[in-house]
Structures are given as C-alpha cells and as structure tokens.
Design a protein around this ligand. Structure first.
Ligand SMILES: CC(C)(COP(=O)(O)OP(=O)(O)OC[C@H]1O[C@@H](n2cnc3c(N)ncnc32)[C@H](O)[C@@H]1OP(=O)(O)O)[C@@H](O)C(=O)NCCC(=O)NCCS
Length: 192
C-alpha cells in the first residue's frame, strides 16, 4: 500500500485478490473487486496518482493492472473474466472456466476511461488514450487515441501536442523514463 491513499468509502474486496496500491491514489466513492474461487493469486495492481470514480467494479481472476496517472470515471467495469463460462454445460455444472477465458487486463499510463465503460478480458488500453463514455472495449486500444462505442472503435488520434503534454507531465512526476519513451512494451511494474 502506497502513501496518501484517499478513500471516501471502504472498498468491497470479495475473494482472495491481492491488492497493490501506489502513492496518491484516490477512490472517490464505492469500489469493489471480486475474484472467483479458481485462480491462484489474482492480483490487482494500481499505480501512482490513479483516480477511480464512484461505483467502479473490477473482476480479477488473474491480473488487472492500472498504471500510473490513469483516470477511471464512475460506473466502469473492468474484467479479466466474463463471470460465467461460455459453455452451457460448464455454466450448469458450475465448472471452472477454461484457462483461455481468463485473460489479464492492462490500462497503460495516463489513459482516461469514460464513465459507464466496460473493459473486457484480455484488453490493453494504450498509454494516454481515452475511452468515450459508455463504451464497451473488446479489443486492444492503441496509445494516444480516442475510442468510443460498443464495440469501441478509434474515433480520433491525439495530436502531437497532447502526446507531448502527457510525456512532459509524466516525466515531471517520474512516470516515464527521461528518454521520452513511453515504456509501452516494458513489463516494468507501474506500481509500487
Ligand atoms: C471521449 C470524449 C472525451 C471525446 O470528446 P471529443 O474529443 O470532443 O470527441 P468528439 O465529440 O469530437 O467525438 C468524435 C466522434 O466520436 C463520437 N463519440 C464521442 N464520444 C462517444 C461515445 N462516448 N460514444 C459513441 N461515440 C462517441 C462522436 O459522435 C464523434 O463522431 P463523429 O465524428 O461521427 O461525429 C467524449 O466524447 C466523452 O465520452 N466524454 C465523456 C467523458 C466522461 O465519461 N467523463 C466523466 C467524468 S471523468
């Protein structure tokens, strides 16, 4: 757990998810994280200076990573598993999901997730990107663009100015390396 955590309500943690929370993280309302009985060490990593709005739910059965400086607006859902198996037999027998039905989610540095959005299993949201309100994100989102809709599609790519603004801001805060590279392909932990 990092320093200066701000909580307006106690989060609901149902299951055995391991939580890593960075510095200066703010939860501005109710927040819940759920994990199923399958999965050994489901892990939710939240980086530094992350803002999480009210009524946000994370379903974590393997790994969900929310990197530094991410904003998640209210009523969003982030899931690395759909909640029930696609197979009818498994749903009825309450069997464990197939391993490929659980896929980690990563929201990269500086992304902004608009209110009411759903981020589905296996998705990576690129650094600095924006997800429009009420979007359903089923595929990876490139860095520095705006996606919207259900399923979410790219509706805009960011200007150089916006990229520079993000980069300078993050460098000032120590979020990106000083070469200016976004560490996009790096698996280095964004979280403390
Ligand atoms: C994503 C967002 C920031 C983009 O704003 P913008 O850069 O001004 O984008 P525009 O309004 O120019 O929209 C670009 C296109 O995407 C479409 N679009 C934008 N947001 C959309 C959404 N949420 N769902 C579907 N389509 C959307 C627009 O209709 C437009 O389509 P067009 O080119 O066919 O007309 C804004 O649309 C949005 O969703 N804001 C809400 C953010 C939020 O949830 N805030 C909560 C407080 S943190």
């Amino acid at each position: 757990m990092g320093k200066h955590l701000q909580l307006q309500r106690l989060p609901v943690v149902s299951g055995h998810t391991i939580l890593h929370i960075g510095d200066d993280v703010r939860f501005s309302g109710s927040f819940a994280v759920y994990s199923g009985r399958f999965g050994n060490r489901p892990t939710l990593r939240i980086g530094n200076r992350v803002f999480i709005g009210s009524n946000v739910t994370v379903t974590c059965n393997q790994e969900v990573v929310i990197e530094d400086d991410v904003l998640i607006a209210s009523n969003c859902r982030i899931s690395d598993y759909d909640g029930h198996p696609s197979s009818l037999e498994k749903r009825i027998s309450k069997g464990a999901p197939d391993p490929e039905d659980i896929r980690p989610v990563r929201i990269r540095k500086g992304a902004w997730i608009g209110c009411g959005s759903h981020i589905f299993k296996g998705v990576t949201i690129g650094a600095g990107s924006i997800v429009g309100a009420n979007s359903v994100v089923t595929h990876d989102v490139p860095a520095y663009c705006v996606v919207a809709g259900s399923p979410a599609r790219v509706v805009k790519t960011a200007s150089r100015f916006q990229r520079g603004e993000l980069r300078d801001n993050c460098i000032r805060r120590g979020g990106l390396n000083t070469s200016g590279r976004s560490e996009e392909n790096s698996n280095a932990s964004a979280c403390s």
